[in-house]
Write a protein that binds this ligand. Structure first.
Ligand code: SAH
Ligand code: SF4
Ligand code: F3S
Length: 445
């Protein structure tokens, strides 16, 4: 298949990332790679190459890509080169370019270090497709990191071996791989040198990370966190996403004694019924999950607990859904994400009997989100009157206003302060989505 037309190499690019934080990270690294090729970043309306970094997790996310492609192809100023990266690219491969004729380039999450060659191919009029999962890591072939703000993502682990029966990630991201200790430490240094004050360690199962430190000792994620915590200039460490089965004792302990480790834990339980958890192949039950939360809270009582929930997994009864609500009540979330189950081709759950009707899922999701909304507001209200540090990340909407994050990952609006500062503020009021912090009493350097 070929669109024989050749064209000059694109001189500018625009990256649009969907889905999880790892896609945001990958998007930044692809941008760095194209900049290293001499291309410059531009808006979606003018860039000569528009790259969609896609997500395949639910049908809606995956289908959105095709309407986006159509819109970009018809934009004023002519059709740019269109690249599709990310998990849809991995899952559908060359099919993406067959389905959407406007697509010039398809590249998977483990192959994007090859972008320069693929762009050259596409410019030469060939449809460029690379969805290999090479043994050699893409990271070794990428240019160095550059911080873009006070808070930076850093991928330390990729892929998943858990095979939850509803999930495409083990297929789109491949097997669990931990990046080496030295590479992570070097990248963290580069980010801090570039102005990052906060680093969020990323992985599909980030707490499964394992590596060998400079002294040759085998370490888990807590060991890595402890070493990063000693780096001058770095003020905050976060990590996401964790699996309950990899929540090691050392990591729990770190929440009690590593000051720079922020009091926030995203630990999905997915559902409140042991029968459903079993059908999901989650390999943990409700009781063991609740025990973990209790242990984390014992060392860090104020920790904000986040999670993910799926409603309407095949066969889920009304009573089983009520068990999910009961678990949410037992946990008391600071925030959590919730989704209607979306059947994904190739996953075991897609062909299970008793798929739950859409109206039933709608109703369950509404009830769950109402409860989670109440909990989020209650958590936020509970911080009113407290004094805490806010890492200022960007300007707010009003003149002089800044937007930052509390230790518990809440958005806080404050007056004044510079981006990158840690401002000590007192929380004056709280809404469901954000807090107001009163004028910083003191701004730490
Ligand atoms: N451990 C991963 C999870 C990725 S998917 C991580 O790094 O974040 C994020 C969430 O999407 C999952 O926790 C799950 O709640 C939800 N999800 C995954 N597959 C789904 C599906 N087929 N339908 C609905 N929600 C799904
Ligand atoms: Fe998907 Fe389960 Fe792996 Fe998370 S642990 S990425 S939900 S298969
Ligand atoms: Fe989506 Fe892939 Fe992330 S499917 S959630 S972009 S790992």
């Amino acid at each position: 298949m070929g669109r024989m037309m050749t064209r000059p190499l694109p001189k500018s690019f625009h990256v649009k990332s969907f889905g999880c934080q790892m896609n945001v990270y990958d998007g930044a690294r692809m941008a760095e790679l194209m900049e290293a090729q001499g291309m410059r970043e531009a808006s979606a309306d003018t860039a000569e190459l528009v790259l969609l970094n896609t997500c395949h997790i639910r049908e809606k996310a995956a289908e959105k890509v095709y309407s986006d492609i159509g819109r970009i192809a018809r934009r004023d100023g002519g059709k740019p080169m269109i690249a599709v990266a990310g998990c849809v690219a991995q899952a559908e491969g060359a099919e993406v370019a067959r389905r959407a004729r406007a697509v010039d380039l398809v590249v998977g999450p483990q192959a994007y270090h090859n972008l320069p060659a693929l762009i050259a191919d596409a410019a030469a009029g060939r449809i460029a497709v690379d969805t290999d999962m090479p043994a050699a890591s893409k990271f070794d072939a990428l240019p160095g990191r550059r911080a873009r703000g006070p808070s930076a993502f850093l991928t330390v682990q990729e892929g998943c071996d858990k095979f939850c029966t509803y999930c495409v990630v083990p297929y789109t991201r491949g097997a669990e791989v931990s990046r080496p200790w030295g590479a992570i430490v070097d990248e963290a240094k580069a980010l801090i040198d570039g102005g990052a004050r906060e680093v969020t360690l990323l992985g599909q199962n980030v707490n499964a990370w394992t590596g060998t430190d400079a002294q040759g000792r085998v370490q888990g994620l807590d060991g890595l966190i402890r070493v990063l915590a000693e780096m001058p200039g770095l003020a905050r460490i976060r990590y996401t996403t964790s699996h309950p089965n990899d929540m090691a004792d050392g990591l729990i302990a770190a929440h009690g004694d590593v000051e720079k480790l922020m009091p926030f834990l995203h630990l999905p339980v997915q559902a409140g019924s042991d029968r459903i958890l079993k059908a999901m192949n989650r390999q943990h039950d409700v009781a063991s999950y609740l025990r973990l939360i209790e242990r984390v809270r014992a060392v860090r009582p104020d920790i904000a607990i986040s999670g993910d929930y799926i409603v309407g997994f095949p066969g889920e009864t009304d009573a089983e859904f009520e068990e999910t609500l009961a678990v949410v009540r037992a946990i008391g979330h600071a925030q959590a994400f919730s989704f209607k189950y979306s059947p994904r081709a190739g996953t075991p759950a897609a062909t299970m009997e008793d798929q739950v009707p859409a109206e039933v899922m709608d109703e369950r999701l509404q009830r769950l989100q109402a409860l989670l909304g109440e909990q989020q507001l209650a958590f936020n209200a509970n911080t009113v009157g407290r004094t805490c540090d806010v890492l200022i990340e960007r300007d707010g909407k009003l003149p002089g206003q800044r937007l930052g994050k509390s230790p518990w990952l809440q958005s806080v609006l404050i007056d004044g302060g510079a981006i990158g500062d840690l401002a000590t503020v007192t929380i004056a009021s709280a809404g469901p989505q954000s807090l107001i912090g009163v004028a910083p009493a003191r701004v730490a350097a």
